[in-house]
Design a protein around this ligand. Structure first.
Ligand code: ATP
Ligand code: MG
Length: 411
């Protein structure tokens, strides 16, 4: 990266915001190593923005015109992961009706991003090591080696040296994967970036939901946002900003409003669990109100999706034209109905509890909705750290990944 304007152009292209040196160094390293075929391991806490790095590497490499595949290793069930990655022969197992190429075959000539690589089962780690060292792999059910030319970029939020000590990760694979190490800094170490990101997400959300006026922080609230530890990093900041944009009646966000969301300068980020509604006031009342608001938001999203589907099927009317609807209109649904614009004041957050309860009692909520709601709440309570949320829900992280995907939850 020769000049700072090159760096700014790169950041603009990928929608990255931040002035922090460690962040810029990580981005510069990605561009620098892109033209080589070296394996890259990206490390950093959950929600710091690791996923943009492999894309930058691929786009700046000679492989840019070829296939780029991103795989979340934590989301694929253990029983099928080998065949997903390396393919299988016809009849390799009971349900293997036909042959399957697998990602290593499909990405030949291109780049494979192995996200959450720390979640790979040990047997799969052995296969991965072999392909990294020799460029050869075996399909499940085959003893004929196949060749592939794939550049590997991996990412993890797991402390791999610790996983090695516990026998969950192969040391040799770690060294092989991390020829180049890129460390993404946590948000709490990026002085000033949290406020910049807040502004970006406030504008994005206002655009997305056609909110006339983006929210803004008071100078005192800026100090709180800067001092808070953001244990869920940028993902947590984005979610809080979106919620505030939709739920807050006032466009000016004060420290008191932030405190309701558990954002206070002295919050102990290391406890992992935040009390929704903050530490002030009667916790259970706040929890309840907050849950209702989140639920209303979930229902709003669900309804807007259903409406979009209806519109696609019927070429019909936007749902803000329906009698009695108090919910906001997503930009797409709104473009043909400017006269019936619903202001943000009637978004779920400004409903009184009774109105929200009507929605809760509404028979539109089925078991799936309730499960989606529980998942959303658990993610929220755990600062969007999937591992902690999965523990709280009593399900495995893998199952949580799949449910997040299945319900289309946008973390
Ligand atoms: N510097 C940044 N500027 C703007 N948005 C960012 C930045 N970094 C991350 N984001 C956004 O933050 C969110 C979280 O980032 P990402 O999904 O890459 O996290 P991650 O490091 O992969 O976390 P995990 O380990 O939990 O998967 C994404 O929506 C991403 O677009
Ligand atoms: Mg990720």
């Amino acid at each position: 990266m020769s000049t700072s304007s090159d760096m700014q152009a790169l950041m603009n292209r990928y929608g990255i915001v931040g002035r922090n040196d460690a962040l810029r160094e990580a981005l510069a390293t990605a561009v620098l190593v892109a033209p080589t075929d070296l394996s890259v391991l990206i490390q950093g806490e959950s929600g710091v923005g690791k996923e943009v790095i492999p894309r930058i590497i691929h786009d700046h490499s000679r492989r840019r015109g070829k296939t780029y595949i991103a795989i979340n290793c934590g989301a694929i069930p253990e029983g099928t992961i080998d065949s997903e990655l390396f393919g299988h022969e016809k009849g390799a197992f009971t349900s293997a009706i036909g042959e399957h190429e697998g990602f290593f075959g499909a990405a030949n000539g291109g780049t494979l991003f192995l996200d959450e690589v720390g979640e790979l089962p040990l047997s799969t780690q052995a296969r991965l090591l072999r392909v990294l060292e020799t460029g050869e792999y075996l399909r499940v059910g085959s003893s004929t080696p196949r060749q592939t030319n794939v550049r590997i970029v991996a990412a993890t939020n797991v402390d791999i040296p610790n996983a090695i000590k516990q026998g969950r990760f192969r040391e040799d694979l770690y060294y092989r994967l991390s020829t180049i190490n890129i460390k993404m800094p946590p948000l709490r170490k990026r002085q000033g970036d949290a406020v910049l990101l807040f502004k970006k997400f406030a504008l994005d959300t206002a655009d997305r939901y056609n909110i006339p006026e983006p929210i803004r922080l008071t100078p005192e609230a800026e100090q709180v946002v800067n001092a808070y530890k953001w244990p869920g990093n940028i993902r947590q900041l984005r979610n809080i900003t979106e919620q505030l944009s939709i739920l807050s009646e006032s466009r000016s966000i004060t420290p008191e409003v932030l405190a309701k969301y558990g954002i206070t300068p002295n919050s102990d980020a290391d406890t992992g669990i935040a009390t929704i509604g903050g530490s002030s006031g009667t916790a259970s009342q706040h929890d309840y109100e907050q849950e209702i608001k989140i639920l209303a938001h979930a229902v709003f999203e669900l309804r807007s999706e259903v409406q979009e589907l209806k519109e696609k099927l019927q070429g019909g009317h936007a749902w803000n034209e329906q009698q009695g609807s108090q919910l906001p209109v997503p930009v797409q649904s709104q473009k043909n109905t400017p006269a019936s614009h619903t202001p943000y004041h009637s978004l779920p957050g400004s409903m009184d509890i009774a109105t929200a309860e009507e929605i809760v009692d509404d028979d539109t909520l089925n078991i799936g909705d309730m499960e989606k709601r529980n998942i959303l709440l658990a993610l929220q309570r755990n600062h969007y750290k999937r591992k902690l949320a999965a523990d709280e829900l009593g399900i495995s992280e893998r199952t949580l990944y799949r449910k997040i995907k299945a319900y289309g939850i946008d973390e």
